[in-house]
Design a protein around this ligand. Structure first.
Ligand code: PBG
Length: 324
């Protein structure tokens, strides 16, 4: 049937018909909101390149958690700014480290809020790389043991899920083994399986103060030109025991999200990263775009591409919009 018997516009006639035939819906249940935690007391510090996002001290987390739960957001992922950094990233697995303290505070004040943690060394090393540095290169195998220690320390502090973002080979298997040996066999691993060496992480590196002092991350993060390699990376992580596969960044990599969705049956997460968020905020602040509508359309595109889970700095404002 073609025009004039068939008319596509019939189902676009009013909001009720449009919502009846809508194929993709956003829900606050699919959002994970990133939180930046720092030492000190009574601190809520705006991050200039990420309007609406704050670094906060541990004592602020209870109120933050209540606000999130009130909006229907049930998940956070934690990033830490430690008091001290060293070459071995020891602050990453310290019992009283910033993340471990933050997890205990959140689980104490708001047990219903699910706490995931970013497992990586870059926030804790003085050189800013995601592992142990040797002659200017990150030593993969020496790094694995420390990543597993970090993940275990998060689980011991009460984390509900761990998310390794370092891109070392073999880290999912190593973390799974150490968690299981220590009776954390029910803590899932959300693997940053497909993480590109992206310029879109710029604002995050300011926020978390974790830019490499020298060199870049191209020796471990993926080349933005590659898509077959994404499937290989994801396959390896599935074999090693990942529970959720993540693609990062999201918007510039919608094709990768779609191919993982088609290829795997695990839940797929996408990280709508700092630079992707900042661009919307900057254009909106200039009055060049309608920020709310562009944020909504952007998150919809991530969902439509096949992501079940969206990690986004826009979670709160989107929840407010969705809740009407
Ligand atoms: C840590 C990490 C980074 C991000 C998440 N975890 C930075 C990086 O890899 O350089 C970026 C998140 C964002 O840009 O929002 N390795």
């Amino acid at each position: 049937m073609v025009f004039p018997e068939y008319r596509s516009r019939r189902l676009r006639r009013n909001p009720q018909l449009r919502s009846l035939v809508r194929e993709t819906r956003l829900s606050t249940e699919q959002f994970i909101y990133p939180l930046f935690v720092m030492p000190g007391k009574g601190i809520r510090q705006a991050i200039p390149s990420m309007p609406g996002v704050f670094r906060m001290s541990v004592d602020q987390l209870g109120a933050e958690a209540k606000e999130l739960l009130g909006l229907g957001i049930q998940h956070v992922i934690l990033f830490g700014l430690p008091a001290h950094k060293d070459a071995g990233g020891s602050g990453g697995h310290a019992k009283d480290g910033i993340i471990q303290t933050a997890i205990r505070e959140l689980k104490n004040k708001a047990p219903q809020l699910m706490v995931s943690t970013d497992v990586c060394m870059c926030e804790y090393t003085d050189h800013g790389h995601c592992g142990i540095l040797e002659d200017g290169q990150v030593n993969n195998d020496a790094t694995l043991e420390i990543l597993a220690k970090i993940a275990l320390s998060h689980a011991q502090a009460g984390a509900d899920m761990v998310a390794p973002s370092d891109m070392m080979d073999g880290r999912v298997a190593e973390i799974r083994a150490v968690l299981d040996e220590n009776n954390f066999d029910m803590v899932p691993i959300m693997s940053y399986a497909v993480k590109y060496a992206s310029a879109f992480y710029g604002p995050f590196r300011d926020a978390a103060n974790c830019a490499p002092q020298e060199g870049d991350r191209q020796g471990y993060q993926m080349d933005p030109a590659n898509s077959r390699e994404a499937l290989r990376e994801a396959t390896l992580d599935v074999d090693e025991g990942a529970d959720i596969l993540m693609v990062k960044p999201a918007v510039a990599y919608l094709d990768i999200i779609r191919s993982l969705r088609d290829e795997f049956d695990l839940p797929i997460a996408a990280y709508h990263v700092s630079g992707e968020y900042a661009m919307i905020k900057a254009a909106a602040a200039n009055g060049w775009i309608d920020g709310d509508r562009v944020m909504h359309e952007t998150l919809l595109s991530i969902s439509r591409a096949g992501a079940d889970i969206i990690i986004t700095y826009g979670a709160k404002e989107m929840a407010k919009l969705l809740n009407g």
